[in-house]
Design a protein around this ligand. Structure first.
Ligand code: PGA
Length: 244
């Protein structure tokens, strides 16, 4: 159960969130819990989560370890800050910051080399869904990105299916629509990496996940967890998602 805070919460707001959130998920041993704050709030999140089961992730990284890349942050820097995870290729990164399947692959490899667990995002835009291209889009994103990992690298990633039309729009994919896309992705994994890998890969759903729709989504066998944006900003709300 992963929270993507996007560009929300200062360090002080992060500390306040954890004070409320921590006790609410103390007993939640059924899942991994990950919070991905903006970079300047990473240290506050790591300190506030210390000694709990909650792990911290970055929302992006650059593939070089260091160098003259103004404004970028590397995998080893995230690790040094205490992060264990990194979201990669989120649709907002693809849409506003020019990320491609190629950059997503480079960042995924860099994250793995740094020892981070990548949460790699895929998903179609509204016009692609309406044109009946969902499977073709997912296939391309898989083939040009994820499928270039070797099996050992692949075993360490988590995939997030995030239909772009459901992100921040209040329009959740129905559990059936999400499930169908997950099944398609899992089929690609099976074809490429084999049955065991397909069964073991965690595929998260993301897009307007809320406390009132989490049960229906998690009831689907294909949905292994969720990547939550807006609803992860509220400690009580996100705890109720974690403890669905
Ligand atoms: P949302 O965002 O839950 O606010 O729709 C999901 C995401 O972008 O990961």
């Amino acid at each position: 159960m992963a929270g993507n805070w996007k560009m929300y919460k200062t360090a002080a707001e992060t500390a306040a969130f954890f004070e409320k959130f921590r006790p609410l998920v103390e007993q939640s041993g059924h899942c991994d819990i990950v919070i991905c704050p903006p970079f300047p709030s990473l240290a506050a999140a790591v300190a506030a989560a210390h000694g709990s089961r909650i792990e911290i992730g970055g929302q992006n990284l650059f593939w070089a370890k260091e160098g003259a890349y103004t404004g970028e942050v590397s995998g080893p820097m995230l690790v040094a800050a205490g992060a264990k995870w990194a979201i990669i290729g989120h649709s907002e990164r693809r849409q506003y910051f020019g990320e491609t399947d190629e950059s997503v692959l480079k960042k995924t490899v860099a994250a793995l080399e740094a020892g981070l667990r990548p949460i790699v995002c895929v998903g179609e835009r509204l016009e692609q869904r309406e044109a009946g291209q969902t499977e073709a889009v997912l296939l391309n994103q898989f083939r040009d990105g994820i499928a270039k990992l070797d099996p050992e690298q692949f075993a360490k990633i988590v995939i997030a299916y995030e239909p772009v039309w459901a992100i921040g729009t209040g329009r959740t994919a129905t559990p059936e629509i999400a499930s169908e896309a997950h099944r398609f992705i899992r089929g690609q994994i099976e074809a490429h990496y084999g049955k065991d890998a397909a069964a073991q890969t965690r595929i998260l759903y993301g897009g307007s996940v809320k406390p009132d729709n989490i049960k229906g989504l998690m009831a689907q066998r294909e949905i292994d967890g969720v990547l939550v944006g807006g609803a992860s900003l509220d400690a009580v709300g996100f705890a109720s998602i974690v403890n669905f």
